[in-house]
Write a protein that binds this ligand. Sequence first.
Ligand code: ATP
Ligand code: NCN
Length: 204
Amino acid sequence: MRMGLFGGTFDPIHIGHLVAARLAKEALQLDRVIFIPSGIPPHKSGREITPAGNRFEMVKLAVEQEPDFSVSDWEIRREVPSYTVDTLESFASQFPDDELYFIVGADMLYDFPNWHNPGRILEICQVIGMTRPGFALDECRTLLRTSMLLPEHRIHFVEMPGLEISSTWLRDRLRQRRSVHYLIPDRVIRFIEENGLYDRGHDS
Ligand SMILES: Nc1ncnc2c1ncn2[C@@H]1O[C@H](COP(=O)(O)OP(=O)(O)OP(=O)(O)O)[C@@H](O)[C@H]1O
Ligand SMILES: O=C(O)c1ccc[n+]([C@@H]2O[C@H](COP(=O)([O-])O)[C@@H](O)[C@H]2O)c1
């Protein structure tokens, strides 16, 4: 089985994540994609983040009707920062017969050489970089080639329609009580309103 793993803060999950997962799955012929919300994201320490349980629940609601998508609570159960290499070691031992692929947006791929143990990550899995507006894949490819000795065949680049949206932008819209319809799945919007996340209550 080819298993896609898609890590993220998902604060909240949005259409950019869902399209990235769907097109990565198609491009690399993955059998399934597991979304892995971060417990303590390794590089967002200065920012206030929605409690992990709520972020997990939003991802669950977003994927529960997609038979080939699921969500894992592996990282949110840990009390230490979630380094991808640790997550991958665990998935590799849980699923020794599967071929693992880690999905990232191009913005994260730019930073990949600075991640914890990127060499080991590429031994355990292959990486799929998805286009994201503002981050040219060609430039990214050159950067990765020159910044470290990478087994290039282990990194795949997949074009997706440019969706210039981020969770940061959506959190602002939610706080300003502006519409996020179509950008966030309906059942996730309902969860956000029912739980008053991002200062968004039922009256908005
Ligand atoms: N619009 C998008 N297009 C392509 N990839 C995306 C998009 N949004 C997020 N991703 C990718 O999804 C993964 C998880 O992203 P994350 O949950 O941090 O979302 P984000 O929108 O970047 O959040 P924030 O604005 O809070 O930093 C990352 O690999 C990121 O690059
Ligand atoms: O392991 C690392 O050093 C590392 C550094 C930065 C990001 N990541 C992972 O990349 C994924 C996307 O990160 P984020 O914060 O953009 O949601 C998420 O699974 C992070 O844990 C991992």
